[in-house]
Design a protein around this ligand. Structure first.
Ligand SMILES: [Zn+2]
Length: 294
């Protein structure tokens, strides 16, 4: 999961895509909010909604950051929060595994505060009060959900990584005292084996390949400590660029690895099984990179 910022107007309000802000949608939304119509299991306009979400999520699942054939996910589950069916702050793209009962989130939505049970209607018009449907405003804000919202929480403050105890891929771990990170990874099952393995093969293996190539290049071109350092620094800059590229998968892990020497040594070096001297050179080069980064 990584932080996502949706477009806002000059007043700071989110710009609602027209597919969610037209006569037909509003009519159906009112009817669902008044319990005249049941919230449909799958959204009629789901393809168009996903297209709008993909402008910010780039074909990735909002929870696990895997490229996927995304489904429209209701952050607050539609079975309970039926009146949020078409609410833009409640819609995320999610992969089937993160979204579905059994493999992922399903209808789980634990909160620290008190759970809202019904919508609010405007007194004069009897229409759904949409300002009360916003995730970051009263009354929903007071629920204080455990599940992280990628557009309102900064996942970096709640989640970190470690090598899996059985050495099968990379685990995600919760680090905040309120346990929002821990609860989120359990709700969405973010340590399922394919995900752990993907993090390793896509992020860790890619970085290891870069490191090995550096030493191979140097062997061919003639070895010198300065030359190796220079080449390694370039590789680290390239990793940083990946961490900032929001179109890529697993960028939270890229970001974690490049953030500190401690993280880099914890996640990358145990997999780099070449001779101890090269490991030392890499660790020293990384420390140097961090000194010059800013
Ligand atoms: Zn997912």
């Amino acid at each position: 999961m990584r932080k996502v910022v949706k477009a806002k107007d000059k007043k700071g309000n989110l710009i609602i895509p027209s597919i969610l802000n037209n006569h037909n949608t509003n009519y159906e939304w009112e009817s669902i909010a008044k319990k005249e119509t049941k919230p449909p299991a799958s959204m009629k306009t789901s393809k168009d909604v996903i297209r709008e979400l993909d402008k910010y999520y780039f074909g990735k699942c909002a929870y696990c950051e895997t490229y996927c054939n995304a489904e429209v996910e209701h952050y607050r589950p539609k079975n309970h929060y039926y009146w949020l069916y078409y609410e833009w702050t409640n819609l995320l793209p999610a992969c089937h595994d993160c979204n579905t009962i059994g493999t992922g989130k399903g209808t789980q939505f634990p909160v620290i505060g008190k759970q809202e049970t019904k919508p609010q209607f405007e007194t004069k018009t009897n229409k759904l009060n949409k300002s009360y449907c916003l995730h970051n405003k009263f009354p929903l804000k007071a629920e204080k959900p455990y599940l992280l919202h990628p557009e309102y929480d900064n996942p970096k403050d709640f989640l970190a990584f470690k090598i899996n105890d059985q050495f099968v891929g990379i685990d995600i771990i919760g680090i905040d005292s309120k346990e929002k990170g821990e609860k989120t990874l359990n709700i969405c099952n973010l340590n399922r084996e394919p995900l752990r393995k993907n993090r390793q093969s896509i992020v860790v293996e890619h970085i290891l390949e870069q490191l090995r190539d550096t030493f191979l290049d140097c062997k061919e071109e003639g070895f010198s400590y300065e030359k190796i350092l220079k080449k390694l620094l370039k590789r680290f800059v390239a990793i940083k660029r990946k961490a900032l590229d929001i179109t890529l998968q697993y960028t939270l892990l890229y970001d974690f690895v490049i953030e500190s020497s401690e993280n880099f040594e914890k996640i990358i070096l145990p997999y780099y099984t070449e001779e101890p001297e090269t490991q030392k050179t890499i660790a020293a080069a990384f420390k140097l990179y961090k000194e010059f980064e800013y």
